[in-house]
Ligand binder design. Structure first.
Ligand code: SAH
Length: 381
């Protein structure tokens, strides 16, 4: 059987170069040979580790966030709880344990999981089958029945395919942003390399860029994730008719930055993204300023992005750590290490951010600095 890389090489030979987004979508999501559909990538033996896999405290305090959001919607009898990219279902299991603190909340939950990988779907079913809430898998938000909605996603945005544009000949007639492509190496028919489109991007693609860009010069690279706009679109449609709050946590800067952040992780080590499509996790940092801009334009209330350390502290993660250590004195040091990893600025505390997108008229969410009245667009978090 042909490898995924051989199939991609053939496709490019037949159809011409591929955008980074096209390549990323194929490498991550191909149903038979893509990265996610074919494996469980998490943990020490896997390729990477995520916050809920580091500690149960992460999902537990997010459970508090969700209880608060549900109450701010008037504690409806039914709430659609949606998770994008649930991985092994560990975070949701921790959330649902916390949900027991408010039985009315727990009883209101209809759980909807949006997952592209059938391998992970099976893990989620194992993990959440006995959680006491009805659960279904859907392919998109539109497939969920109408009603109040809570949405959550950890490390989901970073695997949405990105496009990369490089500034070339800025002061010449043909100047502007040129798309970076994946191409067959002319010196080695079995290798993939990057290339740059000879013509600048179209006006339509130009409109994909954030409106505020850092100063750039020739050779600079900017990344955009068209999936962010699609996601906001889906939220906007949903929240037009239903109360809703969404929380996303991921890695990336608060303001738009230039630079190539397309990366591959295999066995906790960075590799070249073009070497082994389907065998390494591919991600790029999330541009939270851009997400914020798109969401505000869609008339959503936006809070953050707020550094993960601050956010988790405001949700009481330190208090939770103390309580856990008291219950399991043997694990005290381990819990302290986990807390440090999730919240310290040299670990995940600063690199990772939380952002909340809500329908109009709800109370401010937990964990974000209260937004001054009538000034929703503040950069304060
Ligand atoms: N939230 C989990 C997993 C993060 S990894 C955690 O924090 O541990 C990314 C998850 O998103 C995986 O479950 C992956 O299969 C899923 N995923 C990636 N792209 C997706 C897409 N386009 N649609 C739905 N799920 C996707």
């Amino acid at each position: 059987m042909k490898t995924l890389k051989q199939r991609i090489l053939t496709h490019i030979k037949d159809n011409g170069p591929m955008s980074i987004a096209g390549y990323m979508g194929w490498a991550l999501l191909d149903p038979t040979q893509g990265y996610y559909p074919t494996r469980d990538p998490f943990g020490v033996d896997g390729d990477f580790i995520t916050a809920p896999e580091i500690s149960q405290m992460f999902g537990e305090v997010l459970g508090l966030w969700l209880i608060h959001a549900w109450r701010s919607m008037g504690s409806p009898d039914t709430v659609h709880l949606v998770e994008y990219g649930p991985g092994r279902g560990v975070m949701m299991a921790d959330i649902l344990r916390t949900a027991n603190l408010d039985k009315d909340f727990k009883n209101a939950i209809q759980l909807n999981l949006i997952e592209t990988s059938s391998a992970l779907e099976a893990k989620q079913a194992e993990q959440l089958g006995n959680s006491g809430v009805p659960v279904q898998w859907v392919s998109k938000l539109e497939d969920i029945p109408q009603g109040p909605t809570l949405i959550i996603g950890n490390e989901f945005l970073d695997c949405l395919p990105i496009r990369q544009f490089i500034m070339k000949d800025r002061f010449k007639g043909n100047g502007g942003w040129h798309e970076r492509y994946v191409e067959v190496d002319p010196n080695n028919p079995d290798a993939l390399i990057y290339s740059i489109a000879p013509s600048p991007i179209s006006a339509i693609d130009q409109a994909l860029l954030p409106s505020i860009l850092p100063d750039f010069k020739d050779g600079d690279l900017i990344e955009v994730s068209p999936g962010l706009a699609q996601l906001v679109d889906a939220l906007q449609n949903r929240f037009a008719n239903n109360m809703g709050a969404a929380l996303f946590i991921d890695y990336g800067p608060r303001e738009t930055e230039l630079g190539d952040t397309f990366q591959a992780l295999k066995k906790h080590t960075k590799t070249s993204p073009l070497d082994e499509p389907g065998h390494a996790d591919l991600t790029a940092r999330v541009d939270f300023a851009h997400l914020r801009e798109i969401a505000l334009a869609a008339e959503l209330d936006v809070y953050g992005a707020c550094p993960q350390g601050q956010f988790l502290s405001r949700l009481g993660i330190e208090v939770r750590a103390v309580a856990l250590s008291r219950n399991t004195p043997n694990a005290k040091e381990k819990i302290a290490r986990q807390l440090h990893r999730l919240t310290h600025e040299d670990e995940m505390g600063n690199l990772f951010k939380a952002i909340a997108l809500q329908s109009k008229g709800l109370a401010g969410p937990l964990g974000f600095k209260a937004t001054p009245l009538g000034f929703k667009d503040t950069r304060e978090t």
